[in-house]
Design a protein around this ligand. Structure first.
Ligand code: GUN
Length: 311
């Protein structure tokens, strides 16, 4: 049987670490980290996500603030709010929930968030830093994927990794992080030829295609490590009830060394990493660390190795 990588437990450990860092900051006379979340419109799923993010802040002692704006908010007003938050010394992290309404240019809005407060890691400056291995704020889900991998892999050097999915939010940043860890990385997508064959050679599979149970048991080499980022609600024909499934046929992959469950794998890590990024941003903004490189201590360079060594 494959080991189950317990995302909930690892997320809890990361939260404890974030909380300890907040306590240390306060003891050193620094300002408590603050996260502001902006939600435009009334998309139901976004409301749930935002509520979870705000609630999670409480657990680790981060101040949180929510701006709920009507769906017809003008782009100009949204940019003016972000500009104000960029200048507010009590705000260390700004997250603008996407999707935004159609009349708003999402890329422009995400670019308007100060890179040092961009706790999503979506700003081109942070994307560029990640892809050049020069720090920056790492997007939450990819950071969570790396922490989970490090909980079961001691040495990444020379490992073959296959990333399924090339999204800007997961596939591409995960590929960059794995490259930084000295893996040989194949980034695959819907037009990839012989995906099962490629996957079968991999020591590490990160499935982030949004395709339920795409990865079959026969795609997986015995002893591989599998991280399943997918989460889709499907109707179970046998029981007639809905259930959540990942991109991996979990039951068929028990010959893997380790695998994340869905739910309870990557999901809990995303919010824990958002909190960790906010704490890190608050420290950097208050001058802790190397001032010539505000991101020298960014989570991408320290957090996941520390988290792994503690577990
Ligand atoms: N919408 C769904 N997930 C996310 C996320 O991680 N960040 C933002 N800003 N919006 C989202």
């Amino acid at each position: 049987m494959a080991d189950i990588i317990d995302g909930k437990a690892i997320a809890r450990q990361l939260d404890e670490k974030s909380k300890a860092q907040v306590d240390e900051m306060l003891a050193a006379g620094m300002t408590r980290p603050g996260l502001t979340v902006i939600l435009v419109g009334d998309d139901g799923a976004s409301q749930v996500y935002v509520r979870r993010k705000i609630k999670a802040c409480e657990k680790v002692g981060i101040n949180s603030n929510e701006h709920r704006l009507p769906a017809d908010t003008s782009q100009e007003d949204l940019l003016a709010l972000i500009d104000k938050l960029n200048k507010d010394p009590e705000v260390h992290g700004i997250l603008c929930q996407v999707p935004l309404p159609d009349h708003i240019d999402t890329r422009l809005v995400l670019r308007s968030i100060a890179p040092e407060k961009d706790v999503d890691g979506f700003h081109p400056v942070n994307v560029g830093r990640l892809s050049t291995g020069t720090g920056g704020i790492v997007p939450c889900t990819p950071l969570g994927v790396m922490i989970l991998l490090e909980s079961v892999i001691d040495d990444f050097v020379g490992k073959d990794a296959v990333v399924i999915g090339k999204s800007n939010i997961v596939g591409k940043p995960v590929a960059n992080l794995l490259l930084d860890a000295e893996c040989t990385v194949s980034v695959t997508h819907i037009y990839t030829k012989n995906l099962p064959e490629l996957a079968r050679k991999a020591d590490i599979i990160v499935a982030a295609a949004g395709a339920p149970e795409l990865v079959k048991g026969e795609w997986v080499k015995p002893g591989a490590v599998i991280i399943d980022v997918g989460i889709t609600r499907i109707m179970d024909e046998e029981t007639g009830k809905e259930r959540l499934v990942g991109d991996v046929a979990f039951d068929e992959c028990q010959h893997a060394k380790a695998i994340t469950p869905v739910p309870g794998g990557v999901g809990p890590m995303t919010i824990a990493c958002l909190l960790a990024n906010t704490v890190q941003a608050a420290k950097a903004l208050q001058g802790e660390g190397d001032k010539t490189d505000q991101y020298a201590d960014a989570p991408s360079r320290t957090m996941f190795t520390e988290a792994a060594s503690d577990s």
